[in-house]
Design a protein around this ligand. Structure first.
Ligand SMILES: [Zn+2]
Length: 169
């Protein structure tokens, strides 16, 4: 299931034919007919996905850091691409706890839908091809946090999201 989620994200990002990061996730969502609405939600609410008149909408917390908003958009896009049938009946609401945590054991209680949406988001924002390309171009020390922060910034993702992805590549 997670492999299929990642495969779908890879197909979408491959079509963009990007020469380098960052992945234009907002543009991609729009190209897929998804409307993004920025709203000042409570802090623990990251975002949501739902249908309005059959059209997919992503709600994003406008008070969160832009990099966090990008992850939210990618995650919600995962729900729209992978879990469309669920959206026919419900609004999917995401709190911070639904997202990737640094401690892998803390993710164990998460709903499979959330794990799939996170796998989709990670693959979409940090495509293996681009991560490897950037690593080989820059050839820094992976134990140097300043170096990793610079790389994460190129992809416009959080350091945590970047570190988790590095462990998979
Ligand atoms: Zn979710």
């Amino acid at each position: 299931m997670n492999e299929s989620a990642k495969e779908q994200a890879r197909m979408l990002v491959d079509k963009l034919g990007l020469k380098g990061p960052p992945v234009p996730v907002e543009k991609l969502a729009k190209a897929l007919g998804v409307r993004i609405e920025y709203t000042p939600f409570d802090d623990e609410l990251s975002g949501m996905a739902f249908l309005r008149d059959g059209k997919p909408i992503i709600g994003v917390n406008s008070k969160h850091h832009p990099n966090r908003q990008r992850f939210t958009i990618a995650h919600e896009l995962g729900h729209i691409v992978l879990h469309r049938s669920h959206l026919e009946n419900a609004v999917l609401i995401d709190k911070s706890k639904n997202f990737i945590a640094r401690d892998p054991t803390s993710a164990q209680g998460i709903d499979p839908l959330e794990i799939q949406a996170n796998a989709f988001a990670s693959e979409l924002l940090l495509p293996a091809r681009l991560v490897r390309q950037v690593l080989s171009e820059s050839a820094g020390d992976l134990h140097d946090d300043d170096y990793l922060i610079r790389l994460a910034q190129r992809f416009r993702v959080s350091l945590t999201a970047f570190q988790i992805r590095l462990e998979q590549i």
